[in-house]
Write a protein that binds this ligand. Structure first.
Ligand code: NI
Ligand code: MN
Length: 229
């Protein structure tokens, strides 16, 4: 499996001729190295409805005739815009042509803010994903706090790479993410959801040290960087 980190929480996974993207936020992300129009995928997975996770979901889905995978409320809302969607919910797994997807819980919120109308549309629960492609399992936590069931996820699944938010303020911070890494027992932990905005500035060297203190391996990928597992 080839993994490209596109910055913030956006991760693209490819195996053979299949490719999926999680939480596309390229347009409006000053750190992103890729343009949304250059993304070629068959599926777009959304952890929740916040703009920094689905800014480019509709355009990428339209350009590629891709299917959007999201929680029931968000999938329904996007289907009303003419997009092809596959609704899931927490704890559910489904076998897609590219591999298996299991939606995991996340402690956060999920909403679309209509600034003009001063309205907030709640889009059901936020989530994370366990994705198994080409025999390897990747965990994308979405936006979440630390939760003790991560220990159980680590016991039940053989996770190769865990993508964990470290930005703090809106999600867990580096200390909690290092605990999460230990519980999830992933071979490699990749920090996400940091440095994009002033309130989520973090030092990745310090996070790598926190992981090292718990005998965990980390890889701070730069936007545009690829790893193969
Ligand atoms: Ni969020
Ligand atoms: Mn976010």
């Amino acid at each position: 499996m080839e993994i490209i980190y596109h910055g913030h929480s956006c991760v693209q996974l490819s195996n053979q001729n299949q490719s999926i993207i999680i939480d596309p936020f390229l347009t409006g992300n000053p750190l992103a190295k890729t343009k949304a129009r250059d993304i070629q995928v068959q599926y777009v997975l959304l952890t929740h409805a916040h703009g920094d996770h689905m800014a480019d979901a509709a355009s990428i889905a339209q350009n590629n005739q891709a299917t959007i995978i999201a929680t029931f409320e968000l999938a329904t809302y996007l289907s009303w815009q003419g997009l092809t969607t596959h609704a899931m919910n927490i704890g559910g797994a489904y076998q897609f042509d590219f591999g298996q997807v299991k939606m995991t819980q996340a402690f956060h919120s999920s909403s679309i803010v209509l600034e003009d109308q001063k309205q907030i549309l709640y889009m059901g629960m936020p989530g994370g994903y366990l994705i198994t492609m080409g025999g390897k399992t990747v965990y994308h936590a979405g936006d979440t706090s630390l939760f003790t069931d991560m220990k159980w996820l680590g016991e039940q699944h053989d996770i190769s790479v865990a993508f964990l938010p470290i930005g703090d303020n809106l999600t867990m911070g580096p200390e909690d993410a290092a605990v999460a890494a230990e519980w999830l027992k992933a071979d490699v932990t990749v920090p996400i959801h940091y440095n994009t905005f002033p309130v989520i500035q973090q030092n990745t060297d310090e996070f790598m040290q926190l992981l090292g203190a718990r005998q965990k391996k980390g890889a701070a990928l730069k936007p545009g960087e690829t790893i193969t597992i």
